[in-house]
Design a protein around this ligand. Structure first.
Ligand code: PLP
Length: 431
């Protein structure tokens, strides 16, 4: 077992001890997850070679027997998805993933809905960019990355005043993520909903549950939000598929025009294999959720405790920051697999390269912003824009092992020692 502060094994040894020689340790599970067995099994009938099985290649929008068979499979996947999410099947709109679901929620379709969007300042770019493109605004978050209900209330009241005085459009949609992808911080969507219902009763409330879905009860979220985004590949399903849940009473025009699929809310031939895999992964992930949460949190907490013993390494939104914000001094405000660190006296990009050369894959910000080790809008929004420390996101899953945690600790210790002793942090490094 390698420990911080002890001499490091060779890189090859570290890889061997943690992975049985199989290669890399994926400490970036918030970026994506491997396909689970249940999803693979559900997808297989739709991936069969011609002539090797009963026809499963049908287009569910057709009317003959092959198409009807595909439609039955689509209906079953929809029912399974709705059951896990806690909504009715007709409220599920299958999409190409979280980005499409978010864009659809924010715009309301084509043409965009009346009114401007308002979102939190730490939203994923799939929410932030449509918000800004449509003339909306982002609301400040606190030091943990949570939207402040008071700040949201101020924005909604100001917008309402402006609208009544003829100075600006009303708020059409409010979007607040259930959990942040970089920090792992949870938002209280019920509290957000109360503010929106009171101060912007004409607006719809969207929550991006892409990161939260493997860990949080989605039924609690759909009970208070009108629209909710989920993505399959974050929870053991295939890439390129997800859903936007559209609560009864919320209108949604299609974003992609040219087909009447999904009750005229999303045109385009269904990705049936992907949808079947998504539904199966969602069902699998919802089973034993509390056990999986506990397992991931145990490993994350040990990694957090031991890595914080290294000089100049702090948890960005850990127990100390929680206590200073009036919360319990623990990590119950975070997703169970997330650990966000700030590492002093190293260059962020070099740290990630060094970690990878030791067999550990981590990221600096969201994977969509990879390459940008500094400059995270999330880190800036929590007031750390001028920090010289390198941000590192480690994200674990419930199947992360003790050996992987040990090897990660060893790799981080070794990488930091190596970079600091080599003095690679030059004044030219832009953060
Ligand atoms: N929203 C959040 C919070 C995410 O973390 C991601 C992916 O990183 C997305 C949306 C985009 O989802 P997808 O990769 O399915 O387009």
């Amino acid at each position: 077992m390698s420990r911080p502060g002890t001499p490091q094994n060779t890189r090859r040894d570290l890889r061997r001890s943690a992975t049985g020689g199989a290669g890399l340790i994926d400490m970036d599970r918030a970026a994506t997850t491997p396909l689970c067995d249940e999803a693979r099994a559900a997808m297989e009938p739709f991936l069969a070679r011609p002539g090797t099985s009963v026809a499963t290649h049908g287009n569910p929008s057709g009317s003959h027997a092959v198409a009807r068979r595909a439609l039955r499979a689509l209906d079953e996947a929809r029912e399974q998805t709705a059951e896990v999410i806690g909504c009715s099947p007709g409220e599920v709109v299958f999409t190409s993933g979280g980005t499409e679901a978010d864009n659809h929620a924010l715009t309301g379709g084509m043409p965009p809905r009346q009114g401007v969007p308002v979102c939190s300042a730490v939203e994923h770019h799939a929410v932030l960019e449509p918000t800004l493109a449509l003339g909306g605004e982002a609301v400040a978050v606190d030091r943990l990355g949570r939207i402040e209900p008071g700040a949201l209330a101020d924005v909604l009241q100001r917008r309402d005043r402006d609208t009544r005085e003829g100075g600006g459009p009303a708020v059409g949609v409010v979007s607040v993520m259930a959990a942040n992808n970089e920090l792992g911080t949870l938002n209280d969507i019920e509290a957000v909903s109360a503010v929106v219902r009171e101060l912007a009763p004409g607006a719809v409330l969207h929550t991006d549950a892409v990161q939260a879905a493997p860990w949080r009860e989605l039924a609690d979220l759909v009970a208070v939000a009108d629209l909710l985004s989920v993505s399959a590949h974050k929870l053991g399903g295939p890439k390129g598929v997800g859903a936007l849940v559209v609560g009864a009473g919320s209108e949604l025009r299609p974003l992609l025009l040219g087909g009447a699929q999904e009750r005229e809310r999303r045109g385009g031939t269904h990705n049936l294999a992907g949808i079947a895999g998504f539904a199966a992964a969602l069902a699998a992930v919802s089973e034993g959720r509390s056990h999986r949460r506990r397992t991931a949190a145990i490993h994350r907490d040990r990694l957090a405790a031991e890595v914080s013993d290294i000089d100049g390494v702090t948890e960005t939104v850990g127990p100390a920051v929680a206590a200073a914000s009036g919360l319990p001094a623990d990590r119950s405000h975070l997703l169970p697999g997330h650990l966000h660190l700030l590492v002093e006296d190293v260059d962020g990009e070099e740290l990630l390269f060094d970690l990878e050369s030791r067999g550990v894959c981590a990221s600096a910000a969201s994977s969509c912003a990879s390459g940008a080790t500094g400059g995270s809008h999330v880190v800036a929004a929590i007031g750390l824009a001028s920090s010289n420390a390198a941000p590192v996101r480690l994200s674990l899953s419930s199947d992360t092992t003790d050996a992987e945690v040990d090897a990660t600790l060893g790799a981080i210790t070794g990488a930091i020692e190596h970079l600091r002793s080599a003095g690679t942090l030059g004044s030219a490094v832009a953060r």
